[in-house]
Ligand binder design. Structure first.
Ligand code: B12
Length: 212
């Protein structure tokens, strides 16, 4: 696993300008952007979370690192999302009620778009009605994201709402979500990270095993 130490430090210390410079150089040099995301950027932000847990940094520092990360994703995202194909299906995604974390949700949306799905991104703090409205607009899969132990229970009413609707699938994910939790609330799928989200969405649409 290759870790870009300079980019790691730039995210941890929230040096936005430096983050942008390094990521733009990676794009210009045709580096593997998925590897950069998975091996450096995401773990660096996780490190900030660990420092927050340990009381070494506080919300403002966590927010500054998140902004630096989001700025980098704004460069990388459109490149990952390029697809010339006709959409496979329409899905919607949102962070559940009470949850304002959106970096992981945004990444999942980018990767789904890059894998040929049309994505209706509902943003953060989404309620059952927001997901229902997206289904009315044509979403076949409802993707829910939660990062807090206190907000993951907000997935339950959404799963309950769509339980008897065979034509709508519910896929859940986020740092506090496990397969076990997904089973307990009766979700149709669980994805561990952005690539696994694609697998989960394809599987619940019966597309497993076919090429993306
Ligand atoms: C950045 C950050 C923030 C930023 C968010 C900015 C933003 N725009 O998102 C800010 C500063 C606003 C913030 C606020 C808070 N945060 Co915060 N935050 C983080 C941090 C450091 C990184 C999260 C992140 O973006 N990770 C990178 C992304 C790429 O990873 P990800 O979100 O996990 O997503 C991946 C997978 O989970 C999955 N995935 C995500 N969604 C979905 C959806 C589907 C359908 C699927 C299939 C997969 C999937 O794929 C993604 C890509 O690989 C985490 C630490 C951590 N270890 O997660 C804490 C963390 C989540 N925060 C935490 C806390 C406590 C808070 C606050 C309550 C702090 C406070 N006292 O105010 C508030 C809550 C605000 C709210 N109401 O939501 C705790 C949660 C603890 C818990 N178990 O509940 C953490 C774990 C930090 C810690 N170690 O204590 N936070």
């Amino acid at each position: 696993m290759t870790i870009n130490d300079e980019l790691w430090d730039a995210i941890v210390f929230a040096e936005r300008g430096l983050v942008l410079k390094i990521v733009q150089a990676a794009v210009d040099n045709d580096e593997d952007l998925v590897e950069l995301l998975n091996n450096t950027m995401i773990p660096a932000l996780r490190e900030v979370g660990d420092q927050f847990s340990a009381g070494e940094v506080f919300v403002p520092e966590m927010l500054a690192s998140a902004k630096a990360m989001q700025a980098a994703i704004d460069i990388v995202g459109p490149l990952l999302a390029k697809t010339g194909h006709k959409p496979i299906a329409k899905v919607c995604i949102g962070s559940v009620r009470g949850d304002l974390h959106d970096i992981g949700k945004n990444l999942v949306a980018i990767m789904l778009r890059g894998s040929g799905f049309e994505v209706d991104d509902l943003g953060v703090n989404c309620r059952v009605d927001d997901f229902e409205a997206a289904v009315q607009r044509g979403a076949e899969v409802v993707c829910l994201s939660a990062l807090l132990s206190t907000t993951r229970d907000a997935m339950r009413p959404v799963a309950d709402h769509f339980r008897d609707r065979d034509e709508v699938k519910v896929v859940v994910g986020g740092a506090v979500i496990t397969q076990e939790f997904a089973d307990v609330i009766g979700a149709d799928g669980f994805g561990f990270d952005a690539s696994d989200a694609i697998r989960a969405v394809r599987e619940c649409l019966g597309l497993a095993g076919t090429p993306a």
